[in-house]
Design a protein. Structure first.
Length: 259
């Protein structure tokens, strides 16, 4: 039941879209690498409303933490009923629904990107698409998997290093990177008690900043270069979208909430 719904809602539409894009590309551009970029970009555009909501929630929650508005509720923790009411009141002030926003985003994005991943695995492994094709659509006999002398159908050390480097840069300097270090350090230098939550968060982020790139390197060395390219393009395209959305949401929050 679940498998059938997953195939009909996510996998088959993505698969047929990938094949349609490849079949209708100009012959000089008919390449798996080009299709990967186009499809990931198209999926990001479709998910834009969810990404906007998620970005808005993230920035507003960060404001509540940095401004101390969220921490000020700690005095009510001894009374759960009052604490819940005050938290609800604070969220309503900024029209925040953090749990719903995150859940809805994961509910749609994870199955979609797993389906996209599975499609590219099938393409590289040259598996049959016949059971999943829509009427009028077709699969090419052979996919062009050559990308700047790299065969996307086999593992590549170069692509593994690239995906690890891109992942590191995204986690260290991207929009989601932790920016609370300087404030925590400044408090210590001024003899003030640091925010222990911020310090712990920074330590965890420091671990993940190196853990995920290392994991990506190991994955890249064992997976076909096409999958590594897919992960790299996903990170880069997501980074570009988040950069523009961060500026858009910042202007919107300033005009709406004065923050």
């Amino acid at each position: 039941m679940f498998g059938t719904l997953y195939n009909e809602i996510f996998f088959k539409p993505i698969l047929n879209f990938v094949l349609y894009v490849y079949n209708h590309m100009p012959e000089p551009l008919m390449n798996l690498a080009v299709v990967i970029v186009i499809v990931i970009f198209a999926v990001r555009v479709v998910l834009l409303p969810l990404t906007i909501g998620e970005t808005s929630t993230r920035k507003l929650m960060k404001h509540l933490q940095d401004s101390g508005e969220l921490k000020s509720l700690d005095e009510f923790k001894s009374n759960p009923q009052v604490y819940f009411a005050k938290t609800k009141e604070l969220y309503a002030k900024y029209n925040l629904r953090p749990f719903r926003s995150t859940f809805l985003s994961l509910l749609v994005q994870l199955p979609l990107f797993f389906a996209l991943y599975k499609v590219f695995v099938m393409v590289i492994a040259k598996q049959s698409f016949a059971p999943y094709l829509y009427a009028g659509n077709s699969a090419p006999e052979v996919f062009n998997t050559s990308f700047f002398s790299v065969d996307l159908a086999v593992p590549s050390v170069v692509m593994a290093v690239i995906v690890a480097g891109v992942q590191y840069l995204f986690m260290a300097y991207g929009p989601l990177a932790n920016k609370t270090t300087s404030k925590a350090v400044a408090k210590v230098e001024n003899g003030q008690a640091p925010d222990m939550n911020a310090v712990m968060q920074q330590k965890m982020n420091g671990v993940f900043k190196y853990f995920f790139p290392g994991l990506m390197l190991l994955i890249g060395l064992s997976l076909p270069a096409g999958i590594t390219l897919y992960i790299t393009c996903s990170v880069l395209i997501n980074w570009v979208f988040l950069l523009f959305l961060d500026r858009y949401i910042a202007k919107k929050n300033k005009s709406k909430y004065g923050i």
